[in-house]
Design a binder for this molecule. Structure first.
Ligand code: DC
Length: 225
């Protein structure tokens, strides 16, 4: 792996704020940013649109292999159509958690995910960035928050975007998704022994970003963490 651009892996459960933190850390360092959940969401969205069952592994693998996706200028295109908001819906998020259970779907996305590793470096967020996709990441963070805090954050986000939601439904969805993501056979969501735990239940975004940046500085300057 020598000579490959450095990676900071930020893994954690849904709605923990890891995406926001990861994007801001990437900005601060001038690194690229990978939202790996987006690819699972896009597979789910493509399946929902083609009425392909989210329990049917083989057609989902085909979708993942052939996914016609483009990222750019703050937007995401799926088969030529802008899906930036649609892929953020709860349906796409829950669907992503279902398609992500299948090892062959995960395998089909590996090369695309790894292709985001470009100079001068990458900040990648997801569930298995530090454990499976970039096991040689220089810094691994497990960013979490209590399920109640996460449901509340997601609720506010959705309301702000004018998308309907109820707190009780979000709480229930997150609990189910946490359980499914952390108990699946492949690449489960767990805090790895070599990851630094960051609980943001009582922490703002700025504080979380500076925590990650200070961990990074400590790593690159070689001081003990
Ligand atoms: O981070 P997110 O909420 O956008 O992710 C949606 C789903 O995708 C999540 O419930 C599990 C799956 N996922 C995964 O299995 N592995 C990843 N690296 C990223 C997401």
């Amino acid at each position: 792996m020598m000579g490959l651009p450095p990676v900071i892996a930020i893994d954690g459960p849904s709605a923990s704020g890891k995406g926001t933190v990861a994007a801001l850390v990437a900005d601060a360092l001038g690194f690229h940013y990978l939202d790996s959940g987006a690819l699972y969401r896009l597979v789910a969205l493509a399946a929902l649109r083609r009425a392909i069952s989210l329990d049917d592994e083989q057609p989902l693998v085909q979708l993942a292999e052939q996914l016609d996706v483009r990222f750019g200028q703050g937007n995401v295109w799926l088969a030529g159509e802008i899906v930036t908001d649609a892929m953020r819906s709860e349906a796409a998020g829950n669907g992503a958690s279902l398609v992500a259970r299948f090892p062959a779907v995960r395998d089909a996305l590996q090369d695309r995910l790894r292709a985001f590793r470009q100079p001068p470096g990458l900040v990648a967020d997801g569930r298995d960035m530090g454990s499976v996709v970039f096991p040689d990441a220089i810094l691994k963070i497990f960013l979490t928050a209590s399920v109640e805090v996460r449901a509340d954050r997601r609720y506010k986000q959705l309301i702000e975007k004018g998308m309907g939601a109820t707190l009780d439904n979000l709480l229930e969805d997150l609990r189910q998704r946490d359980l499914r993501d952390s108990t699946r056979a492949v690449a489960p969501l767990v805090c790895q022994p070599d990851a630094v735990l960051l609980d943001t239940s009582h922490m703002g975004i700025a504080e979380a970003v500076s925590f990650v940046l200070s961990q990074w500085q400590a790593k690159v300057s070689g001081s003990a963490l």
